[in-house]
Write a protein that binds this ligand. Structure first.
Ligand SMILES: Cc1cc2nc3c(=O)[nH]c(=O)nc-3n(C[C@H](O)[C@H](O)[C@H](O)COP(=O)(O)OP(=O)(O)OC[C@H]3O[C@@H](n4cnc5c(N)ncnc54)[C@H](O)[C@@H]3O)c2cc1C
Length: 458
């Protein structure tokens, strides 16, 4: 028998639960479907577990650096990976349980566990059950890509999901991919005590960043003993006894890297291939991302797509913002749209990179008359006091309007300090607002006004 609702939400990631709260709060009867773990990627295999483990790795790093700060550490300081994992599991599990109990306790909300699939634009099957609604919100997220590299099926490998089960120290972790996910795991495992090699096909790590940022990131990682192999071509795998060989075939360096374990971190793909989108008439692009407009409507009236599956963002904050946009349009008569938002994200190596707006390369390509300010972290008092002076910050502003175009803070506290810049960008206020503001001493943020006082033509 078909059960009818006012709305159906598929997926309990970073957009679905919040949107469900908004819809049920407005009096709608909502069904929400989850096929695996409540909370989705961020809670179970993404942001929360990785940042929890990065905190363990930071602790290990600081124990090794204890003497730099005058702290006597007589022991060697070793890492108990079982405890690292159980701490991670506890924090992630608490969050997952929180999402589940929130949804189950929500008035007007019915939770279904199983795989949701369109049978028509208004009908979704979940196992033996059939649900129907005039409004369907797709929040199915994505999963790790397993690249068809020669030999990949002949060796054991981890993805960002399966590596969450590891409670031992890999002797030598080979990471394929020098993007955000690969870099975070690289530094984390190096700090736990593994030998780590990153293999990247591009000519620099963190491809989407400016070259000076990418070069500094590489320096930070190499300083800690991580091997970086760039311009890798023809990556493939084979086994030699217990070892795994990654064939790199680079222009320089060893043609192969011998390791004990492999992590594939070459990107993600949307979970849209098993959703019955053809039955619904919902269109996808050639990479499988659901095509949406600025208000996140698909081409089928009554069906929206939110979060990673729409290709309009790949972060928790973009997924959550999608839910805010859809809620505002549907319930508040507030025409918020995706194009209102400013690019912002962080890369959680240590020190972290906080980013807002355009890169320097994008500003240059755009061709407008711009000014730039730059400051190394060695000239930031707080960084010096903390003994964490790696990195730099830079900011680009429009020479005519004085609006801030973009910024990068690679340095201690960069993930937090970037927000003072981001908020002024949202206010569309001139950079002089920050330049004249009195910031707190000693902070990383207090040097942003100083940097803005030293702008010069780009
Ligand atoms: C290692 C790693 C680290 C990350 N770190 C960060 C970070 O620090 N900051 C940040 O902002 N972002 C980070 N991200 C990205 C972030 O996790 C995602 O952008 C975010 O989780 C996307 O949320 P979502 O709601 O789109 O989808 P998801 O969180 O992926 O949720 C989708 C849900 O839908 C369910 N589902 C899928 N198909 C169906 C179906 N047919 N029926 C029923 N249920 C279904 C899935 O089981 C899942 O629970 C990281 C990602 C990874 C992999």
């Amino acid at each position: 028998m078909t059960k009818t609702y006012d709305a159906i939400v598929i997926g309990t990631g970073q957009a679905g639960p919040f949107l469900t709260q908004r819809l049920t709060g407005a009096g709608m009867k909502v069904a929400i479907i989850e096929r695996k773990l409540f909370g989705g990627t961020c809670v179970n295999t993404g942001c929360i577990p990785t940042k929890t483990m990065i905190a363990s790795a930071y602790a290990a790093h600081m124990v090794r650096r204890a003497a730099d700060f005058g702290v006597v550490n007589n022991g060697q300081g070793s890492v108990d990976m079982k405890v690292v994992k159980s701490r991670k599991d506890a924090i992630s599990g608490q969050s997952r349980a929180g999402v589940e109990s929130w949804l189950r306790g929500m008035t007007n909300c019915t939770v279904y566990q199983g795989h949701g699939r369109f049978e028509s634009p208004t009908e979704i099957s979940v196992g033996e059950e059939m649900l129907m609604a005039d409004r369907v919100f797709i929040n199915v997220g994505g999963r790790a890509v397993v690249p068809q590299m020669p030999g990949v099926d002949e060796v054991p490998y981890f993805t960002n999901s399966s590596i969450m089960d590891v409670d031992f120290l890999p002797r030598h972790l080979i990471i394929i991919g020098g993007g955000y996910v690969g870099l975070e795991f690289a530094q984390m495992y190096r700090r736990f005590g593994s030998e780590v090699t990153i293999i990247e096909t591009a000519s620099h790590l963190a491809q989407h960043e400016d070259e000076d940022v990418a070069t500094a990131i590489r320096g930070i990682l190499e300083y800690e003993g991580i091997n970086v192999r760039l311009n890798a071509t023809c990556i493939g795998f084979s086994r030699r006894g217990e070892d795994i060989l990654a064939h790199v075939d680079c222009a320089t360096g060893d043609p192969e890297v011998t390791g004990s374990h492999v992590l594939l971190a070459v990107g993600r793909r949307p979970n849209t291939d098993d959703l019955g989108l053809t039955e619904a008439g919902v269109g996808v692009d050639k990479r499988g991302y659901i095509i949406v407009d600025d208000h996140l409507r698909t081409r089928v009236p009554g069906i929206w797509a939110l979060g990673d599956c729409n290709g309009r963002g790949a972060f928790t904050h973009t997924a959550f913002n999608d839910a805010e946009i859809v809620g505002a349009n549907l319930l508040d008569d507030d025409p918020r749209k995706v194009s209102d938002r400013i690019t912002a994200y962080a890369l959680y190596i240590d020190p972290p990179l906080g980013r807002a707006g355009l890169t320097e390369a994008e500003v240059r390509t755009g061709g407008r008359h711009a000014l730039i300010g730059r400051r190394p972290m060695t000239k930031v008092g707080r960084a010096v006091e903390k003994g964490e002076t790696q990195g730099f910050m830079k900011i680009m502003v429009d020479a005519q309007t004085h609006e801030i175009l973009g910024a990068a803070i690679l340095g201690t506290g960069g993930d937090e300090a970037i927000h003072s810049i981001l908020d002024v960008m949202y206010a569309r206020a001139p950079y002089t607002v920050i330049q004249r503001a009195m910031h707190i001493h000693p902070t990383v943020s207090e040097l942003i006004p100083t940097m803005l006082g030293e702008l010069h033509p780009l």
